[in-house]
Design a protein around this ligand. Structure first.
Ligand code: NDP
Length: 268
């Protein structure tokens, strides 16, 4: 491996590492050499991720936490820091989908998704889990990075930060908020040698998208909007995270990199 991509001796904290993108990123960071603290609400699932990381010969620390609760985030970061001595790499990945139209539309097709007024708690759940959590975790990890004048932060946003699908306001606003938080923090912390970047995944098959992609015709529709004409594996996201976590990306900050088979190249 090129030494510029080597993460040996580095430590990482990955949120939402009990499944999907977060689990894969945690495993590929470990493959590149990092010891990794993995956090989520489902303890049995993060213990499985931790076992797989140990199988790669790296240290792993499973931490149960709900990232929409700032006190739990502070405790999670303390536990990760105590166990691994420090956090060099932070991946803010935990997230949920959800939403619907603000109000039912006249003459709109009525189904359970579109026939209700958007509930306050739906809006807050999505914003708190995706966006507020990102601020909480950045806020909790930054002091040690600022003190050491070193750190790599990767926020997992989405192509939804820039593609305005109907009925997706809560999710899309949360992901657009992560994009601006990334740029603002890159500007605040750049002088202290902290890189803050985001990845904007396109369609990836995970627990979150399984239902949506299984709607008849949806998979074909998703693929038809992608210039490369296919979806890809989660590993591609892990490899991009290794780049953003490694010295290879030392001069990159404040960027949102869309890994989407080219979808945003046509629609953005
Ligand atoms: P998954 O549903 O597989 O993973 C979501 C992860 O977030 C799980 O590990 C879940 O763990 C965790 N999580 C959810 N809520 C909380 C919470 N309150 N506290 C702690 N952890 C939480 O979906 P994906 O892997 O697809 O999603 C990962 C990220 O990627 C999300 O931010 C999503 O928005 C983003 N993304 C996904 C895309 C896709 O096509 N799949 C496209 C663009 C962006 P647990 O339930 O155990 O807490």
């Amino acid at each position: 491996m090129l030494s510029d991509f080597n993460l040996e001796g580095k430590t990482a904290l990955v949120t939402g590492a009990s499944s999907g993108i977060g689990k894969e990123i945690a495993l590929v960071l470990a493959e590149a050499g990092a010891d990794v603290a993995v956090a989520a609400r489902r303890l049995d699932r993060i213990e499985e991720t931790a076992d797989e990381i140990r199988g790669l010969g790296r240290r792993a620390v499973p931490i149960q936490a709900d990232v929409s609760d700032s006190q739990q985030v502070d405790d999670m970061v303390s536990q990760a820091t105590e166990s691994l001595a420090r956090i060099d790499i932070l991946v803010n990945n935990a997230g949920i989908s959800g939403g619907g139209p603000l109000v039912p539309l006249p003459d709109g097709e009525a189904n359970s998704q579109t026939s209700r007024r958007l509930a306050d708690d739906t809006w807050h759940r999505v914003i708190d889990t995706n966006l507020s959590s990102c601020m909480y975790v950045n806020r909790a990890v930054a002091p040690q990075m600022l003190e050491r004048r070193s750190g790599k932060i990767i926020n997992i946003s989405s192509t939804s930060a820039i593609l305005a699908e109907p009925y997706g306001s809560a999710y899309q606003v949360s992901k657009a908020g992560m994009k601006m938080l990334t740029k603002t923090l890159a500007n605040e912390w750049g002088q202290f040698n902290i890189n803050v970047n985001a990845i904007g995944p396109g369609w990836f098959v995970t627990e979150m998208t399984d239902d949506g992609l299984n709607v008849p015709g949806k998979y074909q529709e998703a693929v038809s909007n992608i210039p490369l004409g296919r979806l890809t594996n989660l590993r591609d996201l892990g490899l991009l995270a290794v780049y953003l976590a490694s010295p290879a990306s030392d001069w990159m900050t404040g960027q949102i990199i869309y890994l989407d088979g080219g979808e945003t190249a046509i629609y953005n």
